[in-house]
Design a protein around this ligand. Structure first.
Ligand SMILES: NC(=O)c1ccc[n+]([C@@H]2O[C@H](COP(=O)([O-])OP(=O)(O)OC[C@H]3O[C@@H](n4cnc5c(N)ncnc54)[C@H](OP(=O)(O)O)[C@@H]3O)[C@@H](O)[C@H]2O)c1
Length: 271
């Protein structure tokens, strides 16, 4: 049996991320017939009724997916709150904005759930972290099933761990994209065409992740199996590993993003 979105479900904002979720659900044959997108531009979303105002959205929602930027919360919340009842589940994908801040804006809502997805949900290979200290087991099971159609979904035990997941998985596709681009540039520098270099780089990353996921081997073992003693890969790894340069770079990258996440959380708390 395929999963269904609760009817009616309102997507409030449907840009890159909520749009990717819709794409994933559509390709998983999740029933989207009870869904409506509310967005100021009215830009159509394939297979879903799209309107520009809450007034046009129809019956009060059973579920609302908050898919706008965290900075828009105070613009959207006062009007949206009029359509929220104790039977409404709110699922927020707003990075950094805590349940308490959402509860302050939507005091009447049923359960408030935070979801932290990443872009590959569009092709059903995403990672989704979920958190709620309010949802009952039945709702958790229902949402867990719905998000599992988008890839790997897991409930986190607290918001700190949800942020940790977000800083690795939510933002991760951007970092991996940069790594693939760097790998491709190096291929180009050695004479490959840009197209071939990019294909080779991305297939190498995909294949390595696939191998790890299929065999459950850890990364150190995979690296060891590629690098024969005193060989070419070992010479390359010696550069990457010198003074833990790669680990350090990733650590400061993620720290910078986490700092920004903390700022967004603080802004949502104060305003
Ligand atoms: N991008 C990611 O990889 C990622 C990952 C995890 C979480 N998130 C979270 O996802 C959320 C959306 O990010 P995004 O990258 O998808 O942004 P985006 O592409 O800019 O989309 C924002 C959406 O919000 C809508 N919007 C703007 N003002 C609105 C209003 N007053 N009422 C209703 N909708 C409004 C926009 O509608 P129009 O198009 O009609 O202007 C657009 O559909 C953010 O909170 C972010 O933290 C993103």
């Amino acid at each position: 049996m395929t999963a269904s979105l609760p009817a009616p479900t309102w997507f409030v904002g449907c840009g890159n991320m909520a749009g990717a979720m819709v794409e994933g659900w559509r390709s998983a044959d999740v029933n989207l017939s009870g869904a409506t997108v509310v967005r100021p531009s009215g830009k159509p979303v394939e297979g879903i009724r799209t309107v520009t105002e809450f007034l046009q959205a129809g019956a009060f929602p059973a579920m609302v997916v908050l898919g706008f930027k965290p900075q828009k919360l105070d613009e959207v919340a006062p009007e949206l709150a009029r359509y929220i009842t104790p039977d409404t589940t709110i699922v927020s994908i707003l990075a950094g904005v805590e349940v308490e801040s959402l509860r302050a804006r939507f005091p009447n809502a049923g359960s408030i759930v935070r979801a932290m997805p990443n872009l590959p949900v569009a092709v059903r290979r995403g990672v989704v972290g979920l958190f709620s200290d309010e949802a009952d087991d039945q709702l958790k099971a229902q949402l867990g099933e719905l998000f599992a159609t988008l890839g790997f979904a897991m409930w986190m035990t607290d918001e700190a761990r949800l942020s940790a997941l977000g800083s690795v998985a939510g933002a991760g596709p951007a970092y991996v994209a940069r790594f693939i681009a760097a790998l491709a540039k190096a291929g180009e520098a050695r004479g490959l065409s840009p197209e071939i270099a990019q294909t080779i780089a991305q297939e190498t990353v995909l294949g390595t992740a696939w191998l790890a996921s299929s065999t459950r081997e850890n990364m150190a073992d995979i690296a060891r199996r590629v690098a024969s003693p005193n060989g070419t890969t070992e010479a390359g790894l010696a550069v990457l590993d010198r003074d833990d340069v790669l680990d350090q770079l990733i650590a400061v990258t993620i720290e910078a993003a986490a700092r920004r996440g903390a700022e967004l959380a603080a802004e949502a708390r104060l305003s």
